[in-house]
Design a protein around this ligand. Structure first.
Ligand SMILES: [Zn+2]
Length: 221
């Protein structure tokens, strides 16, 4: 059952869990475009001439990508949000690539580092002096502000959830959830002693009620 199944007739009335209109932080598209560019850069294997034609066809070398990185970079630095539909379309476009999982994972890490950089330097330093709860607070705030993900303690471990997933809107099977899982795991690595993996144990894309992640040890699959 999909009680909130989006329809194309209601592009901007859609709401995320925080209750704000459907806007997404510019960090998300910026990180996606940066990851695409990084993954599509040709390797220095002496075959540039041969690659030329191939390379220009690849998304990462496209002038549009460069222009979008400039545009979203400016918006991200100004801490702006953009139309959520734009970001949904981009997540969907990335999902068509053969290496989509790689792009989502890389973009998630980049986005988390950009989100962490929004936190004032003094607070980032303070987390080394204050109890671990302060680092968790910073991670929780960044996860909510930038990714619309709710982070909370779950007994001795941590859990993350998205009730209303932009990822599942973009890729109905939930592939784009990989972006958000990667981002939140990296935020936890940045702000807390967390060094494990986030397991996507329930997903709206698999018919569950919400997208949910729980922390697991590194060796757990
Ligand atoms: Zn999911």
């Amino acid at each position: 059952m999909l009680p909130c199944a989006p329809s194309s007739a209601m592009p901007l009335t859609h709401r995320v869990t925080t209750g704000i209109p459907f806007r997404a932080h510019a960090i998300i598209p910026l990180a996606l475009f940066e990851a695409v560019r990084a993954l599509d850069l040709p390797t220095d294997d002496g075959l540039e001439e041969f690659h030329d034609e191939l390379v220009v066809k690849r998304l990462g070398m496209n002038r549009t990508v460069v222009a979008q990185i400039q545009r979203y970079g400016g918006l991200a630095r100004a801490d702006k949000r953009v139309d959520g539909e734009e970001v949904t379309a981009l997540l969907r476009l990335v999902g068509r690539r053969a290496d989509a999982g790689l792009v989502y994972a890389e973009a998630g890490r980049r986005a988390a580092r950009l989100a962490a950089a929004r936190v004032p330097g003094t607070l980032r330093l303070l987390r080394h002096l204050l109890p671990p709860g302060f680092g968790r607070f910073l991670a929780r705030r960044a996860a909510a502000d930038v990714f619309g993900v709710v982070l909370r303690r779950d007994g001795a471990t941590l859990a993350a959830s998205m009730d209303d997933s932009i990822a599942v809107r973009a890729t109905p099977g939930g592939a784009a959830c990989g972006f958000f899982g990667s981002a939140v795991a990296e935020l936890l690595r940045i702000f807390t002693p967390f060094d494990g993996a986030l397991l996507h144990d329930t997903c709206r894309g698999r018919g569950d009620g919400a997208c949910h992640w729980r922390a697991g040890p590194p060796e757990e699959e």
